[in-house]
Design a protein around this ligand. Structure first.
Ligand SMILES: [Zn+2]
Length: 144
């Protein structure tokens, strides 16, 4: 499973190319020895011009937003099962990495709550893209 690509914040959800500057990565000093986070992005900088945000509708009626690159933005609908598999792998990675992220072990209760949440999300399926918008347009609009 670890050889398969997974989604990461700051990267294209469909092709895994970077879409934000990475200002800092986790190291053994910041994440702890043996942490799966070592080498993963910790802090992000500027967004790239070719980054888009797509709103995706799920089977339970909820929506989420994925960041994709300009080359992938028009083919998200036809690649939903493959993209979703990478997102689920990201959830599983985050779950394993959580105790390091917070610098302490999570309680049994917290781990169970998060496992339940992953199961809930994994039981959904993405239905399609509702809209897409270039990140820089969105930022310009929000800055009025
Ligand atoms: Zn892409």
């Amino acid at each position: 499973m670890s050889d398969l690509p997974r989604n990461r914040a700051g990267f294209c959800t469909a092709c895994y190319e970077p879409l934000f500057d990475v200002d800092e990565v986790w190291t053994e000093e910041t994440a702890g020895r043996g942490s799966p986070l070592v080498g993963e992005p910790r802090r992000y900088g500027e967004v790239y011009d070719n980054a888009f945000r797509v709103g995706v509708l799920f089977t339970d009626g909820t929506t989420t937003m994925w960041t994709v690159c300009e080359e992938c933005v028009d083919s998200v609908n036809e690649n939903l099962p493959r993209i979703w598999a990478g997102v689920i792998r990201a959830f599983a990675f985050d779950w394993k990495a959580k105790p390091w992220m917070f610098g302490q072990a999570l309680s049994e209760e917290q781990l169970k709550f998060q496992a339940d949440d992953i199961c809930r999300v994994a039981s959904l399926a993405p239905l399609g893209v509702l809209y897409s918008e270039r990140w820089t347009d969105m930022i310009a609009r929000e800055n009025g």
